[in-house]
Each structure stands twice: as structure tokens, then as C-alpha cells.
Write a protein that binds this ligand. Structure first.
Ligand code: GLV
Length: 323
């Protein structure tokens, strides 16, 4: 059999030797993702593609090649046309589980930073404005004992709840499926409708996937339901929040927010959101602990190798291809 060919759309934080012994490997060397036209050319000559969420893997691209496997180094895969891949019997891999804690930790970092105004405090200090201890300088709300609303209660939402317990918070969650009473009890969480959760929560944190149902799930009406002092955290996907509604809510100082994801990504340099002090914006780094990124890359390579060998992927988002 001819040696398989694979294309890896960015440099990865691990050695690729196990893959190189099985396939001819080309790694896109730039910091920016390969342009779509390049991907379209590459896909004609490769058996396996290792991609990131910045790569648009649509039907045209999938239909242009003879891929045996698509392996995404991320848990989310909204950049890939899964239906098109499934039609062509191409398994698509992802990297769930290994980034749960890192992402939950980062959501907490954002929550704490927004509540206690860490980024504003740093700017204030560097601007030479720290002149004395002031009773009312940079005040924020209590985190301990506050009410936390978790929207989306999969692996990451539940990891958020485990951390919230330590802060003695009252924890509401909403999700398509309610958890078992045993799980609710052990996590100390209470099921709520989205409306109720928005009305009651001091902090609202988003952990749903990006699907048709969650597109702009948080828009004007939802911001109106929130407490005027509420803080919104988004480490899930940018398009779950309508950016114009977010701007309106923040500009009227109705709420504060901390987000790791935007719509579109990266955030355009002329976005009005960048002018606001009550918003913290990070460049999609929720899973960016060294250990986690290395585990994600290892898992993505393992999925790629399994696909090239014709074995079942350990983590496959379209297992129907095996029916
Ligand atoms: C990151 O956003 C991921 O989906 O892994």
C-alpha cells in the first residue's frame, strides 16, 4: 500500500513521530490558518486531515477529496459539515474530556476577574492612578454566596458547578435534558428554565454547543431579563450571544461581561465592544493550559491514525459511519 498522506493545518505542541512512521506528513507552517483555497488543493491529495476550529471544512471541501478521516483538535466542531462527512462515510474525530477542567478553570478566571475588576485594576495601576487606599475604589459584587446560572450542563457546565460549590453559591442550571435527582443533589444544583435562571442569577455562564437552537440564544430579551448587576461569562461559542445586543446591554451599563469567544473571531478591530470598560475579552484560550493542549493534540493524532488504519476512532462525532 502507498504511504498515506496527511495535512496538519497548524504546528502542534507535540512530536509527530508516531504519525510520521505511518504517513507522509505536511504541517502548515504559518501562524495564520491555511486559506480556504489552499485547503481545497491539499484535500485532493491527502488521506487524512488534522484541523482546528479556525478551518472551514464545508461540503465543497469534503466532496473535493477522498479523505479517510477528519480529526479536529477541539471538542467543538461547528466549523465542520458533519452531514457532508457522514454522507461520504468519513469519520470525524474530536477531543472531548481532556479540556473540561482547563475550560472550567478559565471560565472561573473570567468570572473572578470580571467580578473583582482585575483587568480594570491593572490598567488603573499602570496608568499611575493609584494614589491611596480608597474605601470605594473599584468595588465589585461578592462571588462567595452569590447565585450562579449555568446555561448548558454537559461536562464543562458540571465542572463549573463543582467549583461553584466551594464558593458556597446557589447554583441554577438549564439544559435540554434535566439531570438525575442524584446528580443534582451531589452537585448541589437546581434545574430552572432559562428565563428563571436569567432573572435570578448574579453570574450567568454559557456552556452550550453552537447549534441552530443556541444561535443568539442570548439577545435583547434575555439581557432585559437579567439583573442590572449581572455578569455574563461566555467560554462556549461567540454566536450564542448576539453581539449587538451585548453591546447595547453593556453600553447602558446594564451588565458586565467576560468573554473568551466572539462572533466573528477574531473580533474585528473596529468592534464597538472593544471600547467598553465593563467587558473583558480573551482570544479564545479557554483550553490553553500546556498540559491540556498537549493532550488535545495527542488525542487528535490518535484519532487521525485510527482513521488512516481503518480502525474506529476513540472519539468520533458521527459514529453512524460505522453502521
Ligand atoms: C474550543 O473551543 C474547543 O471546542 O475545543
Amino acid at each position: 500500500m502507498l504511504q498515506a498522506k496527511v495535512f496538519v493545518t497548524r504546528r502542534l505542541p507535540i512530536e509527530l513521530e508516531p504519525l510520521r512512521s505511518l504517513a507522509t506528513v505536511e504541517v502548515w507552517p504559518e501562524r495564520q490558518p491555511p486559506p480556504y483555497e489552499i485547503l481545497l488543493e491539499k484535500v485532493k491529495e491527502i488521506d487524512g486531515l488534522l484541523c482546528l476550529l479556525t478551518d472551514q471544512i464545508d461540503r465543497q471541501l469534503i466532496d473535493s477529496g477522498k479523505l479517510k478521516v477528519i480529526s479536529q483538535m477541539a471538542v467543538g466542531y461547528d466549523n465542520i459539515d458533519i452531514t457532508a462527512a457522514t454522507t461520504r462515510q468519513i469519520p470525524v474525530g474530536n477531543t472531548p474530556g481532556v479540556l473540561t477542567d482547563a475550560t472550567a478553570d478559565f471560565a472561573w478566571a473570567l468570572l473572578m476577574a470580571a467580578a473583582r475588576r482585575v483587568v480594570e485594576a491593572d490598567r488603573f495601576t499602570r496608568a499611575g492612578l493609584w494614589q491611596t487606599w480608597e474605601p470605594d475604589l473599584l468595588l465589585g459584587p461578592n462571588v462567595t454566596g452569590a447565585t450562579l446560572g449555568i446555561v448548558g450542563f454537559g461536562r464543562i457546565g458540571q465542572a463549573i458547578a463543582r467549583r461553584a460549590k466551594g464558593f458556597e453559591m446557589q447554583i441554577l442550571y438549564t439544559s435540554r435534558q434535566r439531570c438525575s435527582p442524584e446528580l443534582e443533589q451531589s452537585l448541589g444544583v437546581e434545574f430552572a428554565t432559562l428565563e428563571h435562571l436569567l432573572q435570578k442569577s448574579d453570574f450567568v455562564t454559557l456552556h452550550t454547543p453552537s447549534v441552530d437552537d443556541t444561535y443568539h440564544l442570548i439577545s435583547d430579551r434575555q439581557f432585559e431579563l437579567m439583573k442590572r448587576s449581572a455578569i455574563l461569562i461566555n467560554t462556549a461559542r461567540g454566536n450564542i450571544v448576539d453581539p449587538d445586543s451585548l453591546y447595547r446591554a453593556l453600553a447602558s451599563c446594564q451588565i458586565a461581561a467576560a468573554i473568551d469567544v466572539t462572533e466573528p473571531e477574531p473580533i474585528p478591530s473596529d468592534s464597538l465592544l472593544l471600547t467598553l470598560d465593563n467587558l473583558i475579552i480573551a482570544p479564545h484560550i479557554g483550553s490553553a493550559s500546556r498540559q491540556t493542549r498537549s493532550k488535545m493534540a495527542t488525542m487528535a493524532i490518535a484519532n487521525l491514525i485510527a482513521g488512516l488504519r481503518g480502525d474506529r476512532l476513540a472519539n468520533c462525532v458521527n459514529p453512524e459511519v460505522y453502521n
